[in-house]
Structure formats: C-alpha cells, structure tokens
Design a protein around this ligand. Structure first.
Ligand code: SF4
Length: 308
C-alpha cells in the first residue's frame, strides 16, 4: 500500500518497476483477485473510453439541455484538414476529449476519470499519444493503471470533486493522471511521471468550477480539450528533464488548500464565475424557462410555482 508519491518512489527505488506495477500489485492484493482480472477491468474501461472518444466525431451529438453539442465533429473535421496551429496530436486529442464530454452530456456511457466533468482529458491525451507512437495495447492498459495510481493519491491527500475543490480538482487531477500515464508509457521514470503530474496540476491551480446553468457542459467541454494540451506539454516538460521544484505531494496538498479557500460560489454551485455572466444567466433562463431559479428550489412548490 502507499499513501504518497514519496512512499511510492521509495518502494520503487533500486528496481526497474514502474508506478503501474505497484498499482496493479496493490489492486491484486486489496481486491483479492488476479493480475489477469485486473487487466480485464482495465480493458473494459479502455473500451468505454475509446468508444466515448470516437462517438461524437462523425455524428453530431447534442446534450439534453441543448447547451452544447457538435464541437467534437467540428474539431475532427478541422483536424482532418491538416492545417492546425497546434500539432495534430494535440488537436486529435482535443477532439477526442470533446467527444467524451458530448457523450456524457447526452447521458451516454463514459469513464469518470476521475469525474464525469473531466472525463475527456485522460482518453484524449492517452489515445492520441498511443496512436502517434503505435504503442502496444498492453502498455496502454498499463498506462491506465499509472493514471489510476495518481488519482488514488490525489483522493487520499485532497479531492477530485469540483464541488469541494473547484475545477482544478477535476480537470487538474485528470491532466495530472494523463501526464504521468503518458510519461510512463513512453519509457520515462516514475520520478519523471510524478514531475509531469505535479506540473500539470500547477498549470491550472486555482481554476474555479462555474458551470453555466449548473450543467456539466460549459465551460467543461472546452476545459477538457485544453486539458489535453496541458497533459501533453507537462509530459514533454518532464521527459525533457525539467522537473517540478515543488514535489507532487506538496502540490496536491496546496491544491486542496486552494480549493478549500475558494468561496462556495465558485465550487459547482453555479452562483459565480461564467455561470453568472449575463450570457450564462440568459442560457440558464432559456433552459429552465420561468423556473430559472431551479438551483435555489426549496421544495415549497405552492409559493414558487416555477414547475407549474
Ligand atoms: S467547471 Fe466544474 S463541473 Fe465543469 S469540469 Fe470543471 S469542475 Fe467539473
């Protein structure tokens, strides 16, 4: 068992084992299962991630609220033209991430990695990198185990919930998980993987959670697309030999403190940030109609009448 990056690195020291090896071994022990069974579970998650990352690329999927949809298809068509400012790996990954968010907003099946709101970053970054380097499938599954190890540590030391720690806790954690997974998948050391995870989190520390109309759509989808770039740049930084001056464990503790310091209006309540801009409020009104104060519902229907 392990409770911090420091402990993990101490357990790995002097061996050629990776973070994913520790995570898989730990899972075998605590779930009293076999390595084969763990890989079966990883494969299951991979398939859901793969499907959700591709489902909205060719056909437009709109959310139930009508707030978002069609962005993944637009990005995919733009990507295929081959004339994008960013490298094709990033744009492809961003399209995958948008697809996952659109599938989620239409009540489709996604893997909450670590949450539904941040479900596009890990598949987006991981799949596009695996394709670029033609990584053998088993190594991609191992990378998912690396990602889950980073997620485990964040949950132990802090939170992955936007309601508790802001968007940094959701999209930051997803980018950390993806960055570390990619570093290990490409042959980086465990220390480099933790550096990548720490850098990815630092990059968006302080980011608030302010979903328009309280729905996990806007700005969530675009934050997932940019989260892919964050994960990939962080992985490249770590693989180039640049390290995080502040170690992963301390970064996560700092993120948690920042999250706790955020006012509740900026933690998924839709009472601040983009949610309360004139445009955000108008969108909310359009969705809920005369029940625009749905989020403030007290259950006292007779005095409100909004549902009638
Ligand atoms: S803005 Fe809030 S709901 Fe949307 S992804 Fe970020 S944490 Fe999740």
């Amino acid at each position: 068992m392990y409770f911090s990056a420091k402990e993990m690195l101490a357990q790995l020291e002097g061996s050629d084992k990776r973070i994913c090896d520790l995570v898989i071994k730990n899972e075998v022990e605590i779930s009293e299962t076999t390595r084969e069974k763990v890989f079966e579970m990883l494969e299951e998650r991979y398939q859901v991630m793969y499907n959700s990352a591709h489902e909205a690329l060719e056909k437009e999927i709109r959310s139930l609220s009508g707030l978002t949809g069609g962005s993944a298809k637009k990005m995919w068509e733009y990507c295929k033209k081959g004339n994008t400012i960013c490298d094709n790996t990033i744009i492809r990954g961003a399209a995958y991430a948008l697809s996952c968010l659109e599938v989620n907003a239409s009540m489709g099946l996604i893997v909450a990695a670590p949450t539904a709101g941040a479900c596009g970053i890990l598949p987006g970054a991981l799949l596009t990198t695996a394709e670029k380097y033609d990584i053998p499938h088993e190594q991609v599954l191992e990378a998912l185990a690396t990602a889950s190890g980073i997620g485990q540590l964040i949950v132990k030391k802090a939170t992955v919930s936007g309601a508790e720690g802001g968007c940094q806790a959701e999209c930051g954690s997803a980018a950390s998980m993806a960055a570390a997974a990619i570093v290990e998948m490409l042959g980086g050391t465990p220390a480099q993987a933790f550096d990548a995870a720490a850098i990815a989190m630092q990059n968006i520390m302080g980011l608030v959670c302010d979903p328009v109309a309280g729905l996990v759509e806007m700005p969530c989808a675009k934050r997932n697309a940019s989260g892919v770039a964050n994960a990939l740049v962080s992985a490249d930084l770590a693989l180039s030999g640049i390290f995080s001056e502040v170690p992963f464990d301390e970064v996560i503790e700092a993120m948690y403190k920042v999250g706790k310091a955020l006012p509740s209006t900026l933690r998924e309540t839709a009472l601040g940030g983009l949610a309360t801009t004139p445009t955000g409020l108008a969108m909310k009104e359009k969705i809920y109609g005369n029940h625009a104060e749905a989020s403030a519902c007290t259950g006292n229907c007779a005095s409100c009448g909004g549902c009638n």
